[in-house]
Write a protein that binds this ligand. Structure first.
Ligand code: PAF
Length: 284
């Protein structure tokens, strides 16, 4: 079956209403395009759970800060459409900026707390942009289920919090990060890496695995993260924004291992033009 491309909220709602009349379960996979195998794993998870799947494609201007890559963010709608069609998605929702942010739209969604730490510290207003657009997309699609990658782990926690607090009935699912064979997490921004940088990039994941293992063995969290930062710099990363061990829900820093409290190791570091983020569970 060929996928249909929908550009307006009205047409999207009409489609979802028709599916609902037939008692079909609807899933949505929000994306900014430049799709890769990681996105396809979200579509697959959605197809496993839902009868009909919408993939949204919208490069959201409000989640990019000054000096970030909004204007050069890769845009490849034709290729993306083909990929999700092959995978079996039913609708591609690709609205314009005017459709998503009509003149006069002033409401923003903030999740104070989870949006101020880690990524939020280094990318002020990023999560307000994410929370606002995701709230809009969930309200527009009115899906039963929505699927997001664990690669953006903090984003996932922000989205879970806002759906809980705003009583949005869509169930949020986190889907495991897809990695290259050498451990590098798939990301649309990996295409900014030069050949030499690409060889260095997987060290980020290797260092996180090492931190998780030593933390489980009883080493002190802060000391491990300090060592990890230095290892990344020594390997060629230009700067390290953070390496932390945090509670998997609140994202508050953890310094001692507690097997009863699921924790994550999270990091962000710059390599050439790319800013890479990654995270893993301490207990895997
Ligand atoms: O993870 C992304 O691609 C984006 O942040 C999202 C969730 C589609 C919102 O623009």
């Amino acid at each position: 079956m060929s996928i249909s491309t929908v550009r307006t909220i009205q047409d999207l709602r009409a489609q979802v209403k028709a599916w609902r009349r037939d008692d079909l379960v609807v899933g949505v996979v929000p994306t900014m395009g430049a799709l890769h195998v990681g996105h396809l794993s979200l579509v697959k998870a959605a197809l496993d759970k839902c009868d009909r799947v919408i993939v949204t494609l919208f490069v959201n201007p409000t989640q990019f800060g000054e000096g970030e890559d909004f204007s050069v963010y890769p845009r490849s709608e034709e290729r993306d459409r083909h990929m999700v069609e092959e995978q079996g998605a039913h609708v591609l929702f690709a609205p314009s900026v005017e459709e998503m942010y009509p003149e006069g739209a002033i409401t923003e969604v903030q999740v104070p707390g989870p949006d101020r730490i880690l990524e939020g510290k280094f990318r002020p207003n990023h999560f307000t942009g994410v929370a606002t657009v995701v709230t809009k997309l969930l309200n527009q699609a009115q899906a039963d289920h929505a699927f997001f990658g664990e690669k953006d782990f903090q984003q996932l926690q922000v989205i879970k919090t806002l759906t809980r607090d705003l009583c949005i009935p869509t169930v949020i699912h986190g889907v495991e990060t897809v990695r290259e064979d050498d451990g590098l997490a798939l990301s649309s921004r990996n295409m900014y890496l030069s050949e030499d940088e690409r060889k260095i990039a997987p060290i980020l994941n290797a260092v996180l695995c090492d931190v998780a293992q030593k933390f489980r063995e009883g080493d002190h969290g802060s000391a491990l993260c300090d060592i990890a930062e230095q290892q990344l710099k020594d390997a060629g990363f230009a700067s390290v924004d953070y390496v932390v061990i945090a509670d998997a829900q609140s994202l508050e820093q953890q310094v001692t291992y507690n097997p009863d409290h699921p924790a994550r190791v999270l990091a962000a570091a710059k390599l050439g033009r790319a800013r890479l983020i990654d995270n893993i569970a301490v207990d895997d």
